[in-house]
Design a protein around this ligand. Structure first.
Ligand code: ACO
Length: 344
């Protein structure tokens, strides 16, 4: 039994904000942002758009590709949606606090009436967790065959736009993949799909990346005047150090468990948080930086959406070829970390 990614999709809001544009209203500069993060632009959703809108659009892109792949769907988007057994959305910026889940909103809009639907909350590692969760759901019942995993975020609405140490880092977007349960081999020659994942967490670091207000620990009180909406607070240096270690340890462990070496990899697709994290990891692992796919210049950090956005960009541009061995890597709020080893 194999779990293969058979279709991908992505979307980013049309509004694109460059570093220079940000610097008009914030004490920062294109030079600082580029040299400290590798970020050049970010896409920002308008006021009317919510996370499920981006998730839905990315899902449609992926289902459109699925129709080309699976001829039994007769070219029908409706049939593609109805063929889904599960929808998982990784997000830290859902439409609604708590419920309904963003996945349920998307399930309804797609008309995916036989799909189970739930959100996964694992910060920027959410998509990595989502892929493994999807494989688990598909494997445990014979009649479940197809899952849609989406990473979707509108971080711009939970960002403190006066805090230059965080607001320059984040962007909005969504990426989606369709995962099919197939009969392809998962070992030996011709092996395909998800080979193995590592998922981990160090909850003791939760304070380093936190939305402090609005939950049951620290609810808003009646009559309280909000000086700020709920927003991301981050200890950038602590997250940076955690991230470099998480990326290198996860890479090494995944390869070692599978008896592979870095030379076997076509691509490493890391969470796009900071190009310097990637550079530091590449140096530690003695891997050429070109092995890491980076599109942070265009999208900034889109949290759980960054890896599926990257996968779709690579897939559509022909960078990813059938049979390529790749590793996806994530790290972020929780603190969480993880990676998926996949034969494309
Ligand atoms: N423009 C100009 N100057 C700035 C800016 C800015 N946007 N932001 C900070 N500075 C200044 C600081 O005030 C400081 O000035 P000082 O020396 O006079 O005090 C100086 O730049 C250096 O600040 P540092 O915070 O030490 O900068 P650093 O080199 O550590 O980079 C950064 C900060 C980019 C945030 C880095 O720590 C980082 O990338 N951390 C990881 C963040 C991350 O990956 N988060 C991902 C998870 S997100 C999720 O899960 C939702």
């Amino acid at each position: 039994m194999a779990f293969e990614i058979v279709a991908t999709g992505r979307v980013a809001p049309a509004r694109r904000i460059s570093n220079d544009e940000l610097a008009k209203t914030l004490d920062t500069s294109d030079e600082w942002i580029r040299s400290h993060t590798g970020i050049g632009n970010r896409h920002i959703a308008d006021e009317q758009t919510a996370t499920s809108d981006l998730a839905f659009a990315a899902a449609q892109e992926a289902l459109q590709m699925l129709i080309d792949h699976d001829k039994s769907l007769g070219g029908s988007l409706e049939a593609a949606a109805q063929s889904l057994d599960a929808i998982i959305i990784a997000t830290a910026s859902p439409d609604y606090f708590g419920f309904p889940s963003t996945a349920c909103l998307v399930q309804d809009r797609l008309g995916a009436n036989k799909a189970a639907a739930m959100d996964v909350v694992a910060g920027c590692t959410g998509f990595i967790y989502g892929v493994e969760t999807a494989a688990g759901l598909l494997s445990i019942r014979q009649d479940r065959k197809r899952a849609l995993v989406i990473g979707a975020e509108i971080l711009s609405k939970i960002t403190d736009w006066k805090d230059r140490s965080t607001c320059v880092l984040f962007g909005d977007g969504a990426g989606a993949v369709v995962i099919d349960k197939t009969e392809a081999p998962v070992s030996g020659p011709g092996k395909r799909g998800l080979l193995r994942s590592i998922l981990g967490a160090d909850g003791s670091g939760g304070e380093h990346l936190i939305m402090r207000r609005g939950g049951t620990r620290n609810p808003y009180k009646q009559g309280e005047t909000l000086d700020q909406p709920p927003h991301i607070e981050m200890n950038g240096r602590a997250v940076y150090n955690f991230a470099v270690k998480a990326v290198t340890d996860t890479m090494e462990q995944l390869l070692q468990e599978e008896g592979l070496s870095v030379n076997d990899l076509a691509w490493i697709v890391p969470h796009q948080a900071n190009a310097r994290i990637v550079q530091a990891a590449a140096k530690r692992l003695n891997i050429p930086e070109e092995k890491f796919f980076l599109n942070i210049e265009e999208y900034a950090n889109t949290s759980a959406a960054s890896v599926p956005i990257a996968l779709d960009e690579m897939n559509r541009s022909g960078k990813l070829k059938k049979g390529d061995l790749i590793i996806t890597l994530g790290f972020g709020a929780g603190l969480t970390y993880g990676g998926n080893l996949i034969v494309w």
